[in-house]
Design a protein around this ligand. Structure first.
Ligand code: PRX
Length: 657
């Protein structure tokens, strides 16, 4: 496929490009006024922004009909619009040759460019292909593709015809993919022949074959080409995307979608063993992701924005694709790894592509920090203005390194807190606290329209400053998830029942003396490994698949690079005499095949028992302390059914770590 090289002839960087957005200018001093208005008059605030920022096929009649108490959210009802029309056609009509995406390929120094016109043509051809294959509005399309221009076009094509995409991170195992396809009853799966990462090929089509062999709902598998490898194709089910697209027209009218029609679903982990298909709706997500993109990152047309997250996560959805395109911007899609071919990869890319904002995960920063400053300093980073991060707490040391070494104390560090469920950034240094200097390790202040509160375990609001509590949100916002696919009851129970009238985030937070927020971590059984969110119950149910395992308990522990590491305590069935090291190796393999490599435990401890209360509840608090080597502070263990088990675990822990 030949893509233009608009960047190379300099046209893209010209200042003649003007923003498409015609809203009132937002000077720094207006931030506070906007924030106040957004909370006091949400209907006027969001209604105005939705009218000004989005292109409607039919205007909406009602701005909001929401109840946090009932977990009921409807925004911009009566309106019709389309995501791909807003992301593509709107820009093509004014500036077709504007650069839309730059695909930073795994191969060092290699990139491909695509303009808005080219991306629209590609999207329409994919959309027409999907239609020819029988995909209809409302159908779920599972996408198992690494970051690429085609993957972006496939996502946009789904939105163009009103199909609901469900992108599954291409690092998930066949079993994890299968479960997600089955949960959504997806008839269509789109994948790539092979992925390429860190110089290695990954057999994606093979993974899909293994997954769909147990999915009777799947009628077709479309295969995009990355390496051209000779992959097995099943007659009547598998088709090469390139070949199907050959005869298709580059014109496909965007389907008028109701504001509340489902846009996409994305699976994420919770405290139960089963991942949840978080469903987002068209208009609210579109408005909020575009708004946060612009204001949190100080994003201007002409910028080159690089969100290095994979499209398989919400960050990739909102900030590698939709947020930048809604703003008519240029986004870098990053296929590689931060340390490939060496730890200078990001900064060499910044220099080569003249990146103005970079958005990454703290775990990568910690890894790069260890590699030393020279990998950063040898590249020109003068184009950078904003340094973003997301996914897990950013520790002080990494924050300071980002600010001082990477950003030369010139760039603003924006530590952004949000979730798959929130659809967009909720707490970040910009814009609401633009009058104060960002603090190390603090996402700082709520975005427009967001009213965070800290509650105690009884649901009582903790007022004042210099306090900690359970982080909840008091008011609805446009991009809040609408449901968990196929399980609205679970949606209500997970987010709205514990604290009636609030959205419960699952995170703890500290509010400092100035009223700024710092996230202290999950307060449920979810751990955050390398910025990937994973439920301990999910790993436990994977381990339990081994017939030798009687019971397991998984906890997170502080890990210097990963943020959190995974520690699994495993009890074997009576009579199992296999070598412990062999069992541990098998268990690691098992988790990799059930979930994916990123969920494999760093430590497995085989133990004859677990610390349980007399009613049989595992005291995870004790396991967490042992895993973190905080063995002096185990607290009261006399309430355990068998306190001696702790001593046994401690002895074994000390001898293995
Ligand atoms: O625990 C918080 C952590 O990541 C969780 C959300 O994970 P996920 O849905 O996968 O989305 C990640 C990307 C938006 C949160 O509940 N988290 C996210 N951002 C931060 C964070 N923890 C601390 N600081 C952050 N900036």
């Amino acid at each position: 496929m030949a893509f233009c090289s608009a960047l190379l002839n300099g046209r893209f960087c010209s200042s003649r490009l003007s923003p498409l957005i015609s809203e009132r200018s937002l000077a720094t001093s207006h931030h506070a006024a906007w924030y106040k208005e957004s909370l006091e008059h949400p209907e006027e605030f969001w209604g105005r922004l939705a009218r000004e920022r989005l292109r409607w096929m039919k205007p909406f009649t009602n701005v909001m009909d929401c109840s946090l108490k009932d977990g009921h959210f409807r925004w911009f009802e009566g309106g019709k619009l389309n995501m791909s029309d807003n992301c593509l056609d709107r820009i093509v009509e004014k500036d077709p040759d504007r650069l839309a995406l730059i695909w930073e390929k795994d191969e060092p120094g290699q990139q491909e460019y695509i303009t808005y016109q080219e991306l629209k043509n590609l999207t329409c051809r994919v959309a027409n292909t999907l239609k020819s294959q029988g995909v209809k509005k409302g159908d779920v399309v599972a996408i198992y593709m690494p970051v690429s221009l085609e993957a972006a076009a496939v996502m946009l094509a789904c939105t163009r015809i009103g199909a609901v995409h469900s992108v599954v991170f291409a690092g998930f195992s066949p079993t994890a993919l299968k479960n997600r396809i089955l949960d959504a009853s997806a008839e269509t799966v789109i994948t790539t022949d092979e992925g390429v990462r860190g110089g290695k090929t990954i057999p994606l089509k093979q993974t899909v074959d293994a997954a769909v062999s147990d999915c009777p709902c799947v009628k077709r598998v479309l295969v995009a080409t990355r390496t051209g490898a000779d992959v097995a194709m099943k007659d009547g089910r598998d088709y090469k995307l390139d070949e199907l697209m050959k005869g298709e027209s580059p014109e496909c009218p965007p389907e008028p979608m109701d504001s509340e029609d489902p846009l996409f679903m994305l699976y994420t982990s919770g405290s139960t063993g089963k991942p949840k298909g978080i469903l987002h709706a068209h208009a609210g997500y579109m408005l909020y992701s575009g708004l946060t993109q612009q204001y949190v990152f100080d994003y201007k047309v002409g910028d080159i924005f690089a969100c290095v997250a994979d499209i398989g996560w919400i960050t990739g959805h909102s900030h590698a694709l939709y947020g930048p395109l809604i703003n008519g911007g240029t986004s870098v899609l990053f296929e590689s790894l931060p340390i490939y071919p060496d730890p200078g990869r990001y900064w060499e890319m910044v220099q080569r592509l003249k990146v103005t904002q970079i958005y990454l995960a703290p775990t990568s920063l910690r890894l790069l920090l260890k590699a030393g400053d020279s990998y950063v300093k040898k590249y020109d980073r003068s184009t950078l203005r904003t340094l973003g991060c997301v996914g897990e707490p950013l520790n002080d040391e990494a924050w300071r390194w980002y600010h001082k070494v990477v950003g030369e104390e010139r760039c603003t560090v924006v530590d952004t807190w949000w979730q798959t469920e929130t659809g967009g950034i909720m707490i970040a240094p910009r814009p609401s606290s633009s009058d104060s200097t960002p603090k190390a390790g603090y996402p700082m202040s709520p975005f427009f329209g967001i009213d965070p509160v800290l509650l105690d375990n009884n649901g009582k609001e903790i007022t004042g400053n210099d306090v900690s509590g359970n982080l909840c949100i008091r008011n609805p916002w446009p991009s809040i998830a609408r449901t968990i696919y196929g399980d609205h009851e679970k949606f209500l129970n997970t987010y709205f029942t514990n604290y009636p009238g609030y959205y419960f985030t699952g995170d703890g937070a500290y509010r400092d003396k100035d009223g700024h927020y710092k996230i202290t971590g999950r307060i449920d059984d979810v751990i955050n490994v390398k910025g990937h969110r994973i439920g301990t119950a999910e790993i436990e149910s994977a381990l339990d698949h081994d017939s030798r395992v009687a019971e397991s308990a998984v906890v997170g522990y502080p890990h210097e690079i990963f943020g959190e590491g995974i520690y699994a305590y495993v009890i074997l069935k009576d009579g199992v005499t296999d070598n412990e090291d062999d069992i541990k190796k098998d268990l690691v393999q098992l988790v990799k095949s059930q979930i994916g490599s990123f969920a494999a435990p760093q430590f497995i401890l085989i133990t004859p028992g677990l610390p349980k209360t007399r009613s049989g509840k595992i005291m995870r608090r004790i396991l967490r302390k042992i895993s973190a080597n905080e063995t002096e502070e185990l607290g009261d263990i006399t309430t355990l059914a068998d306190p001696s088990v702790v001593e046994t675990i401690l002895t074994k822990h000390d001898s293995t770590t």
